[in-house]
Write a protein that binds this ligand. Structure first.
Ligand SMILES: NC(=O)c1ccc[n+]([C@@H]2O[C@H](COP(=O)([O-])OP(=O)(O)OC[C@H]3O[C@@H](n4cnc5c(N)ncnc54)[C@H](O)[C@@H]3O)[C@@H](O)[C@H]2O)c1
Length: 442
């Protein structure tokens, strides 16, 4: 099939590469000039592990091309399908901003040749039906097909998704969608567009709830003879629960869960539907940055002014360069509010990136320089460079009171407990569990 993919961000670009790998002739449409020039130069415009190599290999096949607008994509040759993977960022009131979706649907609706129209963007339930009311001629060839990929393994998720959800009013459109994803062998859920939209929001709300729940359990474990690592391990091994995202730490801060949970809560409020569980999930998350800074404050005796605090890792996850809702964006301004001298270091960010992300902070080129002389360090990303660092060598370089706040519970607790650091983590990570056995008495 000849396929146009509108929007070449995390979803659209990885999708375009996957579709081309599976034999389709794909044209990626990107309106952002800088992203487009990078793509035309063969450079992925977003970071995903393995994407650069896969992009280079599909470009060599000649099955993938990039253009700046849909008219250009279809000028010479019509398309059989058009995928819409444009952003749905939060509006100032927290609702989903659907302007990019509306614009992309308008463009797709003008195409000649009756291509299949596949909306992939995350949108509130009822959006597809409203769009179809505006463009009734699309009804027989429209599907809502939410994307469930995880940043960091987006290509794998495109190749082998756990499920494919398709919401449509038209059996013929469903059949064409199966042709588009002929390589996919997972279960398909076929339903109405509104139910498919709710499946995406409800899935993200549940994942967010797992993270907030883990953080609440961490709070319960902060006191007494409790070990959060053991508790989470024991809970997550129940197959009805599972370990995924049962992760106490900074709270959720990827590009989807924060905006989608808030948008769903708005959707419910507009309909006078109570969502106490969803509201608590969001509230628990909103509190995380403040709680982390409070832990630092308490450890420092109630004041941070003038203290050098090194924020280590600005990304939410090492494998994603998407900083849109990263916890560092909330934590750093709070540290400034307390008049801390903020240092920042992230192994994947240049000095310029760091300055753009944290303009008032001092950007450091290395872990050692960020830590040396700092009174406190705050770990916000589980970078291997941090989990595998020589903390017995680093901590003595710090200035008293040498606070190490591990907000990702990723550092080797037994090692940190051997150093002069005032080691804090989320919940209670006891040093004893992994400590080496004592030397036998002579
Ligand atoms: N990022 C994720 O992990 C993820 C996962 C699942 C679902 N989603 C959802 O998928 C959608 C896309 O997310 P993303 O992270 O890829 O967004 P993104 O912001 O990274 O990319 C969207 C791209 O679309 C381009 N664009 C917008 N309107 C256009 C138009 N009319 N023509 C051409 N280009 C246009 C923008 O310039 C941008 O480059 C969102 O609704 C998001 O919620 C994202």
């Amino acid at each position: 099939m000849r396929v146009a993919v509108i929007g070449q961000g995390y979803v659209g670009l990885t999708g375009a590469v996957a579709l081309a790998r599976h034999g389709h002739r794909v044209v990626g449409v990107e309106q952002d000039g800088e992203r487009l020039s990078r793509l035309r130069a063969g450079e992925p415009a977003v970071y995903e592990p393995g994407l650069a190599e896969h992009l280079a290999s599909v470009l060599r096949t000649g099955r993938l091309d990039f253009v700046g607008c849909l008219e250009e994509a279809t000028a010479a040759d019509p398309v059989d399908a058009v995928l819409l993977s444009v952003g749905t960022p939060p509006a100032p009131d927290g609702t989903a901003n659907l302007s990019h979706v509306r614009q992309a649907v308008r463009q797709a609706a003008l195409l000649e040749g009756s291509p299949l129209v596949v909306l992939k963007s995350t949108v509130p339930p009822g959006t597809s039906d409203a769009l179809l009311a505006e463009h009734p001629h699309l009804r027989e060839r429209y599907v809502y097909n939410p994307e469930f990929l995880n940043q960091g393994r987006a290509l794998d998720d495109w190749q082998a998704p756990a499920r494919t959800v398709v919401g449509t009013h038209a059996p013929a459109a469903l059949a064409r969608c199966r042709e588009l994803y002929a390589w996919v062998s997972c279960p398909w859920v076929t339903t109405t567009p509104a139910s498919a939209e709710m499946i995406k929001y409800a899935s993200n709300a549940f994942l967010a709830a797992k993270i907030s729940f883990a953080n609440e359990v961490a709070g319960l474990c902060a006191d007494g003879d409790l070990d959060i690592d053991d508790v989470i391990l024991g809970v997550g091994l129940d197959p009805r629960i599972g370990p995924a995202l049962l992760t106490p730490g900074t709270g959720f801060g990827d590009s989807c869960l924060p905006k989608d949970t808030v948008a769903l809560a708005h959707w419910a409020r507009e309909r006078n539907i109570d969502t106490p569980l969803l509201d608590a999930t969001i509230e628990t998350n909103v509190r995380r940055p403040g709680l982390l800074v409070r832990t630092l404050l308490e450890s420092a005796g109630g004041r941070l002014n003038g203290l050098h605090v090194a924020v280590l890792g600005l990304r939410y996850e090492p494998w994603s360069d998407d900083l849109r809702a990263a916890p560092s964006r909330a934590v750093i301004p709070l540290l400034h509010e307390h008049d801390a001298v903020v240092r920042v270091w992230d192994p994947a960010m240049t000095a310029e990136d760091l300055r753009r992300a944290a303009p008032r902070a001092v950007a450091h080129p290395s872990l050692a320089s960020a830590v040396s002389g700092a009174h406190a360090v705050l770990v916000l990303t589980a970078w291997p460079e941090l989990t595998g660092a020589d903390w017995e060598e680093l901590v003595p370089r710090m200035a008293e009171p040498r606070i190490v706040l591990d907000a990702k519970n990723c550092l080797p607790a037994p090692v940190l407990h051997r150093t002069p650091a005032l080691y804090r983590s989320v919940g209670n990570r006891r040093p004893s569990r992994q400590d080496p056995a004592p030397e036998p008495a002579a």
